[in-house]
Write a protein that binds this ligand. Structure first.
Ligand SMILES: Nc1ncnc2c1ncn2[C@@H]1O[C@H](COP(=O)(O)OP(=O)(O)O)[C@@H](O)[C@H]1O
Ligand SMILES: [Mg+2]
Length: 290
């Protein structure tokens, strides 16, 4: 079986007044079927731009120069037309962002927004069928009163509830790949932990592959099978999550690890102090014997 996502030697530059500046310097990352992979690094390291390339969004940005291979389910994203890439989003690939309020439309009820999402896969879906499917998905994210939530507008729901709705919508079309970019960072820590737990159960049930993006190693600890640590546009350490947590070898990974108790405890920034050692070459951990 081909991997769900295969990124090889991906370079990205932006054209600006001073010429081209490269922000991804040859990234390679693979996600097998049903695997949950985390991309972890501090703010500005190149996580979101990677996700935007996978989603086929940066390809449409005039100032972006992309080089390297990005294959989704055996298909070359770079070789697709803008239309073909757009058709993948919300169907075979879906995304959850940091702040649910920026992705949910404030002027439509949740039920109506579900109908739009489900209509991308099944354009003829009627209201009754859409509501039934939405109700089922809301129940899967442990929303106790789906009928009330379907009739509600996003502002009538709590942040945690909206985040659950987002997760339910993102999985409603049974995507092969879910991209979660800092999900729940806008929520308080215990609500974030709850929603991540729900998300994990759901993707496991559905066999969905995940690219989970975070600046916080503590958050990915419970979530990911495999870890890629990114520093300034380069992967510096990769391997099974358990192996890296047991034996972090790269200086930058260790610095991120040291920052974890501070984030979960007091909410202090987790940006480690820059050290020359952070530029040491990529460390690859052995694959699991399985
Ligand atoms: N549209 C853009 N034009 C120019 N530079 C950009 C653009 N988008 C992102 N960048 C730069 O690319 C780098 C990586 O950004 P990003 O992927 O958003 O980081 P993060 O890891 O925090 O998600 C940053 O230096 C950012 O300033
Ligand atoms: Mg980001």
């Amino acid at each position: 079986m081909s991997p769900v996502l295969d990124i090889r030697d991906l370079h990205l530059s932006f054209k600006g007044y001073g010429g081209l500046s490269e922000v991804l310097h040859g990234i390679s990352l693979r996600i097998e079927q049903g695997q949950k992979v985390a991309l972890v690094g501090e703010s500005g390291s190149g996580k979101s731009v990677t996700a935007r390339i996978v989603l086929g969004l940066l390809q449409e940005t005039r100032t972006a120069r992309i080089r390297g291979a990005v294959e989704f389910d055996g298909r070359d994203i770079g070789a697709m037309s803008a239309r073909q890439r757009a058709a993948l989003r919300g169907t075979e690939m879906s995304m959850i962002f940091q702040d649910p309020t920026s992705s949910l439309n404030p002027t439509f009820t949740i039920g109506r927004q579900f109908r739009e999402v489900l209509g991308r896969r099944d354009p003829g879906i009627g209201r009754a069928a859409s509501d039934a499917r939405a109700t089922q998905m809301l129940a899967e994210v442990s929303i106790p009163d789906p009928a009330r939530v379907l009739a509600a507008y996003p502002f009538q729901l709590s942040g945690g509830m909206n985040q659950r709705v987002m997760i339910a919508m993102a999985l409603a079309n049974r995507p092969k790949l879910l991209l979660a970019d800092e999900p729940g960072t806008a929520l308080d820590v215990s609500v974030q932990a709850q929603t991540l737990h729900l998300m994990r159960e759901l993707v496991d049930d559905h066999g969905t592959s995940v690219l989970f993006i975070s600046h916080n190693l503590g958050v990915v600890r419970e979530f990911a099978d495999r870890l890629y640590v990114i520093y300034r546009g380069r992967i510096v350490e990769e391997g099974p999550a358990a192996a890296i947590f047991a034996d972090p070898r790269h200086a930058y990974t260790r610095a991120l690890m040291d920052a974890v108790p501070r984030i979960t405890g007091g909410g202090l920034p987790d940006v480690p102090e820059v050290s020359e050692d952070f530029l040491a070459p990529l460390i690859r951990h052995e694959e699991d014997a399985a």
